[in-house]
Ligand binder design. Structure first.
Ligand code: ADP
Ligand code: MG
Ligand code: ZN
Length: 181
């Protein structure tokens, strides 16, 4: 089989995890061997489950370092990775390795951090992927399609694990507070 890399990216609440779960469950219906990973730092809902904001879920293996994904993907046909922005830069090479072994790799993660800067290994993986899907949330200020994660909390560290109390999805106009249109 030919392997490939797919990226699902967008802001918080944009449906990345929903779309990842949808693709992975379809692969399971096709009786393919699927393995799902998430970074061990992400324990917001559950230690092992990947959970969407709509409470859809799928079992996963939490790993500290991207290299573990390679070690744990023997005999796998489809690999799903959620919250991929929290992984080390080695994740790019891991995805290439897996795809070159014939594995379908589906990577979901934030394309930008709360400062609207490219986030972790996601931009690199977007560049080398066969398929990139940007999904959009609904702007919490005006209802337009949103692609930014606006931090409502005053904490300034890049990684602040949080949810609705700390972030809201915003469109360009509301994120940058533009008034010229
Ligand atoms: P992500 O993984 O991108 O954070 P999820 O797939 O976990 O997103 O959650 C998407 C779900 O979040 C939507 O189906 C919807 O039920 C809910 N949701 C909450 N806030 C918003 C918002 N501002 N825009 C869109 N969906 C939202
Ligand atoms: Mg998610
Ligand atoms: Zn808006």
């Amino acid at each position: 089989a030919y392997g490939s890399i797919e990226v699902i990216c967008g802001s918080m609440f944009s449906g990345k995890t929903e779309e990842l779960i949808r693709r992975l469950k379809r692969a399971q219906y096709a009786k393919l061997h699927v393995e799902i990973f998430k970074p061990a730092v992400d324990k917001r809902y559950d230690d092992r489950l990947v959970v969407s904001h709509d409470s859809n879920s799928i079992p996963s293996t939490p790993v500290e370092h991207s290299s573990s994904i390679l070690l744990l993907s023997n005999d796998t046909q489809v690999v799903g990775i959620d919250e991929a922005q929290f992984f080390d830069e080695g994740l790019t090479e891991v995805c290439v390795n897996l795809a070159n072994k014939g594995i379908r790799v589906i990577v979901a993660g934030l394309d930008m951090d709360f400062k609207a800067q490219p986030f972790g290994p996601i931009p690199h993986i977007m560049a080398i992927a066969e398929h990139v899907t940007k999904v959009h949330a609904v702007c919490m200020q005006c209802g337009a399609p949103a692609n930014y994660s606006f931090r409502t909390s005053t904490d300034t560290k890049t990684v602040l694990l949080g949810e609705k109390e700390a972030y809201e999805a915003r469109c360009r106009r509301c994120y940058y507070n533009l008034t010229n249109y």
